[in-house]
Design a protein around this ligand. Sequence first.
Ligand code: HEM
Length: 413
Amino acid sequence: MISKMKPREHWGRDDSHTMHKDDSSMVRLTLQLMQQNRPQVMVNLALAVIFLVDFWMSAFNMFHRLLIKLHIIAPLADNCVPPAFSPTSPPPFAQWPLTHLLCRGVHVYNFLTGYNEELRLHHDLYCRKPKNEWIRDWAYWEGIGSQGEWGTPFAAADSDSRCPCPGLNILATHGIIHTSGRKVAASKMVVGLSRAFNIAPTMALQLYSPLFPVFSARGHIFDLEDLSIMNVIEHDASLLRPDFHLADWKKDPKAMCRPHQDMIDRWFPARLKHGQLKDDMTDRDFAEALCIRRNESRRHNRQYTSNVVQSLIGSGSCCLMLNVFGGKVLDMREMAGSVSRDLPGVRTTEHGEQYGYERIPARTIKGDKVQGCPMAAASHQQKWQPATAKRFFGMTIFEALWTTFNIEMRARA
Ligand code: HEM
C-alpha cells in the first residue's frame, strides 16, 4: 500500500497537526495513539484491566433503566454526589453496589491490619500514606455537605498551589482536597474527582495514568502546580490557558495556573453568527474553538509542539466540559473561574488583569423548610449536580472516548 503521508524527514515544525489530514480515519488516529503512548509496562497492564472493567460498567450504564424497571436495582437518589460514607457505614447496596461491597471488604481488611480512624487521621495530618491506599481510599468519602450543597468556595491566595486544570482546582476550592493544593495524595485526588463529578473509577484512574510514571518516585504526593509539567498532560493550544512559551513569566509567574478572563470571555459565551448568545455548547462548538486555537498557536508560537496524544488530551478536556458541565455556558464560566460582580477574593496581575478562581457553579434552588428551623419559610441551597448524574457508574472511558473522538475528528475536518 502506498502511503499518502510525506516521508518523516520532510516534516516541518508545523506539520504535526496537518499530518493526519490526508487520511484522518478513526482507525489511523487510534493506531497513532497506540504507537505514541508507550507508558511503563505495569501501567499498560493496569490500563488493560481498567479497560475491561470499564467495558462492563459502560454496558451496565446502558441497561440501568431496564434494571430499574425490573426492580433489580433502585433508582439513583436525587443527589447523585453520594453522601458521606466509610467502611463502617457503607452507602446503600441498591444505589452504590460496588462501593458498598468495597466498603465491607475494606472494613474487614482494616480490622485484620489494625487500621483505625485514629491512624487515618494521623496519616492525613502528616501526609503519610497507609499501605494499599489506592484500594483503601475508595472506601472513604466525606461528602460535600449535609444537604448535598457544595458550600462557600475558598478564594485561592498567592501562597496556594493551583494547576492548569480547572477540574482539579475546583476540588481544592471546595475543600475536597486540601484548599492549599499542597501535598496532595494522588489516590485521594482521584477518588475525590470520581465522586464529586460522578466519573467512573476506571475513567478517573485513566485520567491520572499519564502522571503515574512521573510521580511514582515521590510516592504520588505533589503540589497541584507540579501538574503543569509541559507535554505530559499540559499542552499547547488549550482553550483556557496560554501556550507555555507565549506566557510572560516575569510579570505573571502563575500564568499557567490561573484563570484568564479574556480566554473565558472568548469561548464562553459562544456566539452564534448573528451575535445571539448561546446557552449550551455542542461538540461542534468545541471542535471549532480547538481548531482556531491550534491554527493560532501554529502561527504565533515558534516553539509550538503537538502530537496525536496532546491533541486528544485537548479534545478530552473539552469532552469533560461537555459531559460533566453539560456544555452550559454560564456554568462553564464559573467552572473556568470568571470574575463576576460579587465574587470575593478577585486578584490582579502586574499587567492589571483581574482574575477569579475555579468553582462549582452557584446554582441555587428553592428548597423545603430548613431542617430544625420551622420558622424559616424556604431555604436556597447550592445544588449543582454534574451532568453525568444519570449514569449508574458515572462517565466511563468508553463514553469519554466516544465524545473525545467526535470532537477531535471534527476539529481535524
Ligand atoms: C487526574 C485527573 C486529572 C488531571 C491529572 C488533569 C490535568 C489537567 C491538566 C494538566 C490540564 C492542562 C491542559 C492545558 O491546558 O494545557 C487540564 C485541563 C483541563 N482539565 Fe483536567 N485533569 C484531570 C481531571 C479533570 C476533570 C475531572 C475535569 C472536569 C471535571 C477536568 C477538566 C479540565 C478542563 C476543563 C481543562 C481545560 C482545557 C482547556 O484549557 O482547553 N480535568 N487538566
